[in-house]
Ligand binder design. Structure first.
Ligand code: HEC
Ligand code: HEC
Length: 426
């Protein structure tokens, strides 16, 4: 398990990296930190990785059993759920259940057979956005042809470390064709991991305000940007486009599956999902637990995570709001390894979309990535799933993360391995 030294260093890294926010941790002793470090999702929302299955973990707090009800909605196939004879999915859709895209939520026994995370395609030009909406759909029920078909080409090239070690980087390039066979330029997006967002939804806004540094006043070369106001911050979607799980999920129902809800259809439009079901679905996603940390005996990787500068964006620990909240998610120390800010990640990752600039992306949380790499090796990392491993994801870092990437590349092979082992342990 963790040696005390590892823990003390983590604690120091935590104090130095979150600076002023460390005040929030006053009164938390070292033993308490050890305990909490091993439970990245706080007291209630961490699960044992010998058995990969996220949530519920808060049954005691869920007397109405909304978690179980929401899980059923998450797995529901909306194509076989009908009103009269008409499927509730569609007519245009990409997939017909949440679980079809967010495969990592599957139980352990299903994970090995889970298919690749499908990529969705967003129109890339204003004219195409006006014509098709935020997302191109590739399925349609009935006899009519779907709105578009998508083709994904994979372009690859070698990457060579200064010490001669070689890797191959692969990038998916999407093209879509409308019904007339005309090309529609698109941007690809992978389905993100879903666990832990209920905790991050409750992160203390003051803490986030601390990371918001658009003009890089502290001069560390990192200018994280928070989207939103003091109370409501956007933290969902690869480019931080939604401020709450409920609005993100209502958008997913509409755009991915063609299922309407009061949330996203105007007057006179009927709910295809009952409001109570949307609530339950939201509760389910909100309470998806985070994988336990995996034991790691050595300290080197953790030290390198700090010295290469990963920690400047992948901030170790956050705290959820406590005041006036009796939810099990309140007042928890959680370890997502993200500041939730948008960062300029350079031209190789740049793609327009949403309110963010093309090169801006939300710092991806690193919790549970090792478990995902082991259990779902075909899933991929980064916003379009291009990185097949955690190591490839790092090699794609650019922009404000370029110096950190360069320091990573310049490490010896065994140091790189130690850093990767640390990231896999989170
Ligand atoms: C067709 C595939 C697909 C389906 C079906 C789908 N999603 Fe998603 N989901 C995505 C993609 C892709 C994104 C990222 C969108 C973006 O950032 O542009 C996403 C983002 C999310 C997020 C935000 C996660 C984050 O990291 O910020 C949540 C929460 C979510 N989906 C929940 C759901 C739920 C609940 C359902 C079922 C109602 C659902 N999704 C159905 C593909 C899908
Ligand atoms: C300037 C901020 C910044 C720094 C510094 C940084 N990252 Fe990241 N990292 C990000 C952002 C933003 C993303 C998401 C990019 C995307 O999806 O295109 C990301 C994504 C990742 C991912 C993929 C996660 C996933 O779920 O897809 C890994 C792994 C990762 N970073 C590890 C590291 C490591 C290790 C370091 C240090 C060598 C590092 N990062 C330095 C901002 C940063």
């Amino acid at each position: 398990m963790f040696s005390n030294r590892v823990v003390v260093v983590t604690f120091l890294a935590l104090v130095t990296c979150i600076g002023g926010s460390a005040v929030a941790l006053q009164g938390v002793g070292n033993d308490e930190i050890v305990k909490q470090l091993l439970r990245p999702g706080g007291q209630y929302l961490t699960f044992d990785t010998n058995r990969y299955e996220s949530g519920p973990l808060v049954e005691a707090f869920d007397p109405e059993q909304r978690f179980a009800a929401g899980k059923a909605v998450f797995y529901r196939d909306w194509l076989t759920t009908t009103s009269g004879d008409v499927p509730l999915a569609g007519p245009d859709y990409d997939a017909t259940s949440c679980a079809a895209c967010h495969v990592e939520t599957a139980a352990a026994e299903d994970l090995s057979t889970a298919s690749f995370t499908p990529l969705i395609a967003k129109p890339a030009t204003r004219a195409h956005l006006e014509r098709f909406g935020p997302q191109l759909t590739t399925n349609r029920h009935g006899a009519a042809e779907p709105e578009a078909s998508i083709e994904v080409l994979r372009v690859s090239w070698p990457f060579v470390y200064p010490d001669g070690q070689q890797r191959t980087l692969v990038r998916p390039v999407g093209r879509a064709f409308d019904r007339d066979g005309e090309t529609v330029p698109v941007r690809l997006r992978a389905a993100p991991l879903l666990f832990g967002w209920g905790l991050l939804e409750r992160v203390d806004p003051e803490m986030l305000a601390f990371f918001h540094d658009p003009d890089d006043r502290d001069g560390n070369g990192i200018s994280g940007r928070l989207v939103g106001d003091g109370e409501h911050f956007a933290f969902l979607g690869w480019k931080n486009s939604h401020t709450s799980l409920r609005s993100q999920i209502a958008a997913a129902l509409a755009n991915d599956m063609g299922v309407t809800s009061r949330h996203n259809c105007g007057a006179g439009c009927s709910d295809e999902i009952e409001p109570a079901e949307l609530d339950a679905l939201t509760e389910y996603v909100r309470h998806l637990g985070v994988p336990d940390r995996r034991p790691l005996d050595e300290l080197a990787g953790q030290h390198l995570f700090g010295t290469t500068g990963c920690v400047d964006c992948h901030v170790t620990v956050l705290r959820t709001r406590a005041a006036g909240d009796d939810s099990p998610l309140a007042g928890q120390l959680v370890w997502p390894y993200s500041d939730l800010m948008l960062h300029d990640m350079g031209p190789a990752l740049a793609e327009p979309g949403g309110a963010a600039d093309a090169s801006e992306w939300r710092t991806a949380p690193l919790w549970g990535l090792g478990v995902v790499e082991t259990h779902l090796p075909q899933r991929g990392f980064l916003h379009d799933g291009r990185a097949r491993t955690i190591e490839e994801a790092i090699l794609w870092h650019g922009g404000e993360a370029e110096p950190a990437k360069r320091r990573f590349v310049a490490l010896t092979a065994s140091e790189r391995e130690a850093l990767l082992a640390y990231v896999r342990s989170l």
